[in-house]
Structure formats: structure tokens, C-alpha cells
Design a protein around this ligand. Structure first.
Ligand code: GRF
Length: 213
């Protein structure tokens, strides 16, 4: 199934670039239909334009509530024919307005091995805790913060003397590969969701062809 992607960015957009490159090189069965940012100056918007992808700004400052902001984002996503949403360095907490519009179809990438270090600056959290291994996680977004069913993870060593930026760049290189790999599995219908005894939902890998469910 070709994924019709809407990608939400807030910053440099290197994860978006990884998606754009994979699509252009035929490594990902998807089309990036629109890139949306809450920040007008986000470099990710320039990356979209360079690939001829519509780049839309929805400023959170124009909306009194998170729900109102999300409604504007959903409207833009629907206007561009999106069926799956990727949060790629998107720094806003989304609400049920977006999740209900795209149930089990919102994917996020986070720079830690969740459930460790959710929230902001996960790289600095990892260094502060003195962990020896960190990494990144791609997951379906649920109502929590960085808490949805995990699709894939990649680990990296944390080395003596690592600065936050050195660690962040080591993780980022893995994010780019993991995100494309995870979206390709989604496009192939290889991701299922099951509920375990604990009541938590988990992603299971299936033979290609079936939709999640
Ligand atoms: C990445 O580490 C991502 O995991 C986090 O924001 C960082 C910036 O990503 N959410 P990008 O270069 O804007 O894609």
C-alpha cells in the first residue's frame, strides 16, 4: 500500500529528509503529500519545497487551545489526501483531535530507547543518568507522551566524554535509517497491533499484505 504521508516538523527536518530521499530513490513506497510546521522558519519546510512538496505553516500562536491547533492541522492533512501522519522532530503535544482523525496512523520518532527518557531532550537525560547504551524509537502515537506501541528501535553506545550533541548526532544517524525501515514495514502491511495480558497494546510483525488491526 503506498502511504500518503503528512509529515509534521518543527526544526531542521533531517528525519523528513531521510523520508524524502528514500521515496525519491524508490526505497519507500510512499508519497509525501504535505509537510506542516508550527514554525514558519523551520528548515524542514525548505526541504519540502526543494522536493516540490507543499509546505504549510500552522502556527500554534494563532490558536487558543491545542485542540483548535490540531483541528487546523487535520484540515490541512485532509486537504492534501494524507492517510498516515509522521511526527518528525515535531515539538508539539498532539491531542485526541489529531489521533481520532488518524487512528493508529500517527507515527513518531523519539531519540531514546523508550520507555526510558520520554519527553524533551532525551539525549541530555541519558547522559545525566550515565547510561552506557541509548538509541531511538519509532512508535505509534497514543494519548500519552512518547508512550504508544513500539514499532522499532536502534541502539547506540554512550561513550566516555560524549557531549549532548555528539550523542544526539550518533542517535540521529540511526533515526534516519530506523524511520524509513519502520515506514516501509507499515507500507508492506507488516505491522499488526495486539493487546497483551497487561492490557497494553504491542506491535507484532506479520507477513506482508495485511493492514494493521
Ligand atoms: C530528532 O532527534 C528527533 O528524534 C527529535 O527531534 C530531533 C530533530 O530531528 N524529535 P530533525 O532533524 O528535525 O528530523
Amino acid at each position: 500500500m503506498t502511504l500518503e504521508l503528512g509529515v509534521l516538523v518543527s526544526g531542521t527536518g533531517t528525519n523528513l529528509q531521510a523520508i524524502l530521499d528514500a521515496v525519491a530513490e524508490g526505497r519507500l513506497d510512499a508519497r509525501v503529500r504535505v509537510v506542516i510546521s508550527n514554525k514558519a522558519g523551520a528548515k524542514g519546510l525548505d526541504r519540502a519545497r526543494a522536493h516540490g512538496v507543499p509546505a504549510v505553516v500552522v502556527s500554534h500562536r494563532d490558536h487558543e487551545t491545542r485542540e483548535s491547533f490540531d483541528r487546523a492541522v487535520v484540515e490541512a492533512l485532509r486537504a492534501h489526501g494524507v492517510d498516515h501522519v509522521v511526527l518528525a522532530g515535531f515539538m508539539r503535544v498532539i491531542t485526541s483531535v489529531l489521533l481520532d482523525a488518524f487512528p493508529d496512523r500517527v507515527v513518531n520518532i523519539h531519540p531514546s530507547l523508550l520507555p526510558a527518557f520520554p519527553g524533551v531532550d532525551a539525549q541530555a537525560q541519558a547522559l545525566a543518568h550515565g547510561v552506557k547504551v541509548s538509541g531511538c524509537t519509532v512508535h505509534f502515537v497514543d494519548g500519552g507522551v512518547d508512550s504508544g506501541p513500539i514499532i522499532g528501535q536502534r541502539s547506540v553506545p554512550v561513550l566516555e566524554g560524549d557531549s549532548r550533541d555528539v550523542l544526539a548526532n550518533r542517535i540521529l544517524a540511526q533515526e534516519h535509517e530506523l524511520l524509513v525501515e519502520s515506514l516501509e514495514a507499515l507500507a508492506r502491511g507488516e505491522l499488526g497491533l495486539e493487546t497483551g495480558e497487561s492490557g497494553r497494546r504491542r506491535v507484532i510483525r506479520k507477513p506482508s499484505g495485511d493492514a494493521p488491526g
